[in-house]
Design a protein around this ligand. Structure first.
Ligand code: ATP
Ligand code: MG
Length: 569
């Protein structure tokens, strides 16, 4: 492509909503433009990257034996009523009506449609196993669309659905997708980890997420240094501290703590570590009452673990302050587990404390020297907190450390949820009708592009992993307009590189070299070749890799061999 014929300018004025670097760089480099909240147009340079992501995914899905299909984005409401998700899905589901007043949804996912295909087309165990996939638009009316295409409302997903007769076959199909995902993200040149995930509202029996590691990731993931345990922090188990709780050694006392709002302020005022204080959080109970959750002052509540408890409402809801005041006679900031007229559940590490500090359930006061069993009944115990750096691994081997990741893929054993709801059965070997087992496997195709940038950039711009770059090489002629020799050499290289299978961007604009260099770096093209009169005199050209800090020279005559050698690196 010739930049002189490329009409999209770099964006200089970034909108305030572009908070993360990938969003900023995708706008600046003209990969995308915003149409409306969470809706983006992919411009030519961005679409080239998107197509590369799709191609790698397609090749590996095909290699794994999956069959490509294309399902409509618009789906009849009846199918969603049949699966029960018409009522379960909240406002993320975009509902529409056609001219006949018939209900439809814009698909946020395609389990219903594929299960409808399966129940019509698959009749015998002999047709199993099978895996259908597509690369298709989805719409989810996200409550907070943000970070550009990373959390958009309309986005492209690769979604695959497998159908099986028995568990062993589902296990093998799941494993095949796990392996395909590993190849996909490796081929893209991304640093990633597969982690255990919370199966969440979809239910099912097992699930793993693939995360691109990046400091800006929305998710925290915990790894063990002792083995290959890795889990989303939502799911990572915190082991109870070893050994018995120390015996009480101080008397309980009430201390005035006016104006204290946070654990940090409390710890500073009383000169105790936050780890010796406890926080009491009041949440809605499953039975409509209130439940008190107690965790150590230096820990964070894990919502997924908390809402997984039988006594707690799911999804987790913090109780309203007025209700806490009315029913517990206490005020947020001064809550404690003593004398509460509601069930109390304590995290294992809060339960391991002796002589701890907590709110007094009266204004402007806390208690010190509090002891479980002595000052209040032993509460129920549970794992309620996020794991932290240095926690022992739940496998018993090694310790955990926390990193951040961007979820780009998800593999999931669905079981029979949809096949039972939609009556998708086959005849087994005995001629008996059985509901098929299913797996589902997603990749956020558009999100991958942003995640690749989050992981690979510097202050000057994008640094594409070579397999995703919109162009392999950028040619930067100096004085293209004035020097016939430079023009001629540039055109020749452009033709030769292209013929050798390289994707070439020729910066033939009438612009200063500094502008061209800056744009080449912003665009993140891996290889840059500078063509100037002086170099041509010596038969040599200047080369630099996007990641390198220095240029090197090569002989014009060996241009293709040289470039290929640099690509192979
Ligand atoms: P998240 O927790 O990020 O909302 P999810 O669990 O809702 O993701 P899935 O339903 O498993 O996501 O969808 C499969 C993949 O689609 C995700 O792994 C993610 O990469 C991508 N994805 C999900 N929601 C969005 C979105 N709003 N914008 C872009 N990509 C998305
Ligand atoms: Mg989501």
């Amino acid at each position: 492509m010739r930049l002189s014929a490329y009409p999209i300018p770099n964006l200089k004025e970034l909108p305030a909503e572009a908070e993360v670097v990938s969003h900023q760089l995708m706008l600046r480099a003209g990969l995308i433009r915003r149409l409306s909240a969470g809706l983006y147009t992919w411009l030519p340079m961005g679409l080239r990257v998107l197509r590369k992501v799709e191609r790698i995914i397609r090749e590996e899905m095909d290699r794994a034996g999956a069959l490509e299909v294309l399902m409509p984005t618009i789906q009849p409401a009846e199918l969603w009523q049949e699966s029960g998700r018409w009522d379960q899905f909240g406002p993320e589901l975009l509902r529409l009506k056609d001219r006949h007043e018939r209900g439809f949804v814009y698909g946020p996912t395609h389990e219903e449609v594929i299960t409808d295909i399966a129940r019509r087309e698959l009749k015998s165990y002999r047709q199993l196993p099978v895996n259908f996939y597509q690369i298709q638009l989805k719409f989810r009316d996200e409550i907070r669309p943000r970070f550009g295409v990373m959390r958009a409302r309309e986005f492209i997903m690769k979604d695959a659905y497998s159908f099986h007769l028995d568990d062993a076959s589902l296990e093998a199909g799941y494993r095949a997708m796990y392996d395909a995902y590993t190849r996909i993200f490796s081929r893209m040149g991304l640093k990633f980890r597969a982690v255990l995930a919370d199966p969440g509202a979809i239910g099912g029996t097992g699930s793993q997420e693939f995360h691109v590691l990046a400091a800006s990731g929305e998710d925290a993931i915990a790894f063990s240094d002792g083995d290959d345990y890795a889990a989303n922090i939502e799911k990572a188990e915190a082991l109870p501290p070893p050994g018995p709780r120390p015996a009480p050694s101080s008397a309980r006392a009430t201390v005035p703590t006016p104006h204290v709002r946070t654990i940090a302020e409390l710890a500073a005022l009383l000169q105790v570590p936050a780890a010796r204080c406890v926080k009491t959080l009041i949440v809605d109970g499953a039975d409509g009452g209130l439940v008190a959750l107690v965790i150590r002052g230096d820990h964070e509540l894990n919502a997924v673990k908390a809402q997984g408890l039988e006594a707690v409402a799911s999804p987790l809801r913090m109780a309203a302050p007025e209700r806490i005041a009315r029913e517990l006679g206490a005020q947020i900031g001064f809550l404690g587990p003593l004398g509460l007229p509601c069930p109390v559940i304590a995290d294992h590490s809060a339960l391991a404390l002796a002589d701890f500090v907590c709110g007094a359930n009266e204004p402007d006061a806390h208690l010190t020297g509090v002891n479980w069993g002595r000052d209040l009944p032993e509460p129920a115990a549970a794992d309620l907190r996020n794991v932290v750096d240095g926690d022992p691994s739940p496998t018993g081997r090694g310790h955990l450390s926390i990193a951040r990741g961007i979820e780009v893929g998800h593999v999931f054993k669905l079981g029979r949820k949809y096949s039972e709801a939609l009556d998708a059965t086959v005849l087994d070997e005995q001629g008996k009708s059985v509901a098929m087992l299913m797996g589902c496997y997603g990749i956020g195709v558009t999100r991958v592009v942003a995640a690749a940038i989050e992981q690979n950039h510097d202050e000057r711009g994008i640094i594409w992993p070579e397999p995703l770059a919109p162009f392999d090489v950028v040619l930067v002629p100096i004085n293209f307009q004035k020097s016939a020799r430079v023009r001629e050499a540039s055109e020749r290289l452009y033709a030769e590189f292209t013929a050798a299978g390289l994707e070439v961007l020729l910066d033939d604009r009438d612009a200063r070299p500094g502008v061209k260099f800056a744009d080449a770096e912003l665009y993140g093209i891996p290889h840059r070749v500078v063509i100037g009169e002086r170099g041509l005199d010596a038969g040599r050209l200047e080369y630099r890799h996007r990641r390198a800090t220095d240029s090197e020279e090569f002989a014009l005559a060996d241009a293709i061999a040289f470039l290929q050698s640099r690509r192979a690196r």
